[in-house]
Design a protein around this ligand. Structure first.
Ligand SMILES: [Cu+2]
Length: 348
């Protein structure tokens, strides 16, 4: 019976979702509000989080990030006592233009030493945010003690996307533990004249969930996550929710245990996918032609999947041509089974 359900469950679920998608989309929540695309982040960031100031000839892009513990309910079974930059996992995406000076003031309101280490290529060593700063005494304060702060600066010479993370450890906890607890985020460097023009950025960080998770009810909890979210039990669990509670049950998981992003037919959408976990992940998007825009610019990702070793990123561009609901997931499928799945919704 279970097997039969498994065989017919996914096609029925997807067919139902696609019928709903191509017909009446009103069953969907307003994902513009719930989905953190960079366009959203950018408008928030420029008005609230970041300020642009002129320092001589070079424009300066300023952000402030506060490190603090944030309790996030990650499923009906668990609360993650995460460590965050500005209260979310990942941190808010930092938008910057090529040629600018990126200045990030980081305040540590947590009870352990932390840092901000950006995968950028042009900065003074004092802004490295790693234990080398303590060893050399150059920028020792960039390893920020509890209650302290440090302002990091970078010349933005790269283009495309990159990321940042904590680079501190503490007694009994390694740098891995600090990162997996949630201290990471993306930097998107807007190209001066992208071709084609990008209508929507979707940054996704793949990782494992950190160690400080409190069980609040019986049952599985997410372990493998994308942008802080994971569906315990993966696609099979989603089928079971559908069988039990119908489409409303599935929708209730949107941007709770299931990362959901949307775009419109004809838009040019750029995904930026990073692995900040401690294991190898791979990223598979169903049904859309994927053109690399980072490591092998212009080439088609023919298998619809690419591998990500630890600490790497791949960006790609798609141009969705039909309304649909598509899965994306880690293709280390045991990771998908344990949470690493999401939906990409294309609307008319
Ligand atoms: Cu994986």
């Amino acid at each position: 019976m279970q097997k039969k359900f498994a065989l017919i469950g996914i096609p029925i679920l997807l067919a139902f979702l696609i019928i709903a998608a191509t017909g009446n989309m009103e069953f969907l929540p307003d994902l513009n509000k719930e989905t953190q695309t960079v366009s959203d982040v950018q408008s928030q960031s420029i008005s609230e989080a970041s300020q642009i100031a002129e320092a001589g000839e070079q424009p300066v892009r300023e952000y402030t990030l506060i490190i603090e513990q944030t309790d996030i309910q990650v499923s009906d079974t668990a609360v993650w006592h995460a460590w965050t930059y500005n209260g979310t996992v990942p941190a808010p995406t930092l938008m910057v233009n090529q040629g600018e000076l990126l200045r990030v003031k980081v305040i540590n309101n947590h009870n352990l030493t932390h840092s901000f280490h950006a995968h950028m290529s042009d900065y003074d060593p004092k802004h490295d945010g790693s234990p080398v700063n303590i060893i050399t005494g150059v920028g020792a304060g960039s390893m920020i003690p509890p209650g302290g702060e440090w302002t990091y600066e970078y010349n933005v010479v790269n283009e495309g996307a990159t990321f940042f993370h904590d680079h501190a450890g503490s007694e009994g906890l390694g740098i891995k533990d600090h990162i997996l607890q949630g201290l990471y985020g993306n930097i998107i460097i807007e190209r001066s004249s992208p071709s084609p023009a990008i209508d929507r950025h979707i940054p996704i960080i793949m990782a494992e969930m950190g160690h400080d998770v409190e069980k609040i009810a019986e049952g599985p909890r997410p372990y493998y996550i994308m942008n802080g979210k994971g569906m315990p039990g993966g696609e099979k669990a989603l089928e079971e929710i559908f069988a039990e509670k119908g489409l409303d049950g599935v929708v209730s998981q949107f941007n709770y245990t299931l990362p959901v992003y949307k775009a419109k037919v004809g838009e040019t959408v750029e995904f930026h996918v990073t692995n900040l976990g401690d294991q190898i992940h791979s990223f598979h998007l169903h049904g859309n032609k994927m053109i690399s825009s980072s490591n092998s610019i212009g080439s088609t990702i023919t298998s619809q999947t690419f591998p990500l070793v630890q600490g790497t990123l791949e960006s790609f561009v798609i141009k969705p041509d039909k309304p649909a609901i598509w899965l994306f997931h880690c293709h280390v499928v045991s990771h998908a089974d344990a949470g690493m799945i999401g939906l990409f919704i294309v609307e008319e």
